[in-house]
Write a protein that binds this ligand. Sequence first.
Ligand code: WTA
Length: 651
Amino acid sequence: MSQDKITSILKEDRKFTPPESFAAQANLTPELYKALKEEADRDYEGFWARLAKEELVWDKEFDTTLEWEPPFAKWFTGGTLNMSVQCLDRHLNTANHNKAAIVWEGEPGEQRTLTYAQLHSEVCKAANALESLGIKAGDRVALYMPMIPELAISLLACARIGATHNVIFGGFSANAIRDRVEDSECKLVITADGGWRRGKVLKLKEKVDEALNQGCPSVEHVLCVKRCDNHVIWNDDRDIWWHDIMPKQKTKHTPDSFDAEHPLFILYTSGTTGSPKGVVHSTGGYALWSKISAKWVFDLKPQDMYWCTADIGWITGHSYIVYGPLQNGATTLMYEGAPNWPEADRFWDMIERHRVSIFYTAPTAIRAFMKWGDEHPEAHDLSSLRLLGTVGEPINPEAWMWYHEKIGDSSCPIVDTWWQTETGGMMLSPVPGVTTTTPGSATHPLPGIQAAIFDSEGNEMPRGEGGFLVITKPWPSMLRTVYKNPERFKNGYFGRFEGVYFAGDGARTDDDGNFWILGRIDDVINVSGHRLSTMEIESALVSHDFVAEAAVVPREDDLTGQAIVCFVTLEEGDEGDALRAELSAHVVKEIGSLARPAAIHFTDALPKTRSGKIMRRILADVAAGRQPGDVTTLEDSSVLEKLRTIANETV
Ligand code: WTA
């Protein structure tokens, strides 16, 4: 954390101006974009108040735009609204009534289309069902589900009745479910018997049972969708089938209206210390920014077929599969399974069949597509595409160029969007009809977002130099707190600079004022765009009986961006592949398969400073196969010998 100067050796000067044909039809023209930026600079609150009035359906108008008592913000206070109304009811008396809201494809190939009217009926039924189970506004509901329409329906049903949803990614372990359900004291868990992934059934209900057997006393019911028809153990007192409860419900539901600050959802994410943090998002501010950022950045038009390949278990799916697109009346494509099932061309085949026009995916996926071979996209007609996007980690320029040429036929703008679970929506991104892009840069803050790069004293860095990426003013979709832990919110995000949000990433600007993200500066590893805390992986390792101490560091990886490398000292047991495999399985069991270590090294001791701090820099060198650099502050240099051997073996 001591580094406040981060140097970058990357020199990239290829530039791409928006294609004329795109710019001519774009929602945001250069003039509008400029006007928005000027308006936000001139009258920050007035800017947001105007947008909130124009874009959202308020049951009661707000009287105050922003109450800012750093680090606590309240937006649009006095106003009340309902998020499911923004997404559904508002479209019912318009041309969108019979328009497809969700087009879904299961991994085995089934398809379902729900129009706005049909989705509205399903959400009303689900809202009634939740109420019949005793769920009220303010209760928390956990969702541990595959990517099926019922997941979106459940999300919107919670929003409709004011229950705060807590989506847990379907790849997480029973322990991870238990931690999240217990921390947020959920009354209900919605799940499915299973979900399809690479032709196999992921047994979701089984994981939920395991979590509930270990604890989770707050849970009264488990609502279960039948998806794969795999065997499940049934608890008659607690478990309810979706297909039993839903047909009994009315297709009408009168929505209540909630305060703009009502907590819409909690989403857990990895932070610098220990347990995952429950990031809390509000209703009004989140609704506003997920809506307009999607409209500006994806240039959404009535005829678009929009596809974001994320899972709803992550923030990207919340904001840009469900809430952003639906508020805009767009058609959002939702896919259940893996990108290479049954073949490596599944995504291109889907783009061709569904005539996808806007495609949003992650750099790690793009690198995998490159590896699988150009023949797969080449075998398909991708001419429906008009805009491409990426999110989750820095995109390396080669991957950007491949995406541009092979997928976008050198004619689609690419929006590289930088944001976080905590920001609720995109913060830095090109606007496709306006911004000149450069491969690897997320370019500029969106209108209304005030980003800067600071040195460790909080001074703005000159162009070209790296530092801390900060947001200097509150914005509507910012996280409001860490669930039940305002201190952690305060220290974790506003502790470094007074009243200024620090995001955990390093960045620099270039001569054109473009921002370049240089990666995380905290103890978080970004594997395939997913944030994992080194602390969590270390505690998982140490929870194994044989392990005395563990340290986890990232290593660059061509495919996943970063990979997990573990250094372990043992209390007992034999150093060898058998124990390696066992420890690896143990981490997967504790956290989930995303956290599977790429390497586990046994060592007699960990390198520490005299004050007892693990010197991760040395371990990072060793993990990369480099001989450790400056070791002068090392307390006991005898550990180096073993580490040097490991480094040599790693090359
Ligand atoms: C990283 C995902 C570079 C970054 C929406 C951030 C990126 C973390 C980009 C948040 C990007 C996300 N360029 N890095 N375009 N987008 N990141 O919370 O390190 O899962 O802090 O949110 O991903 O991950 P999270």
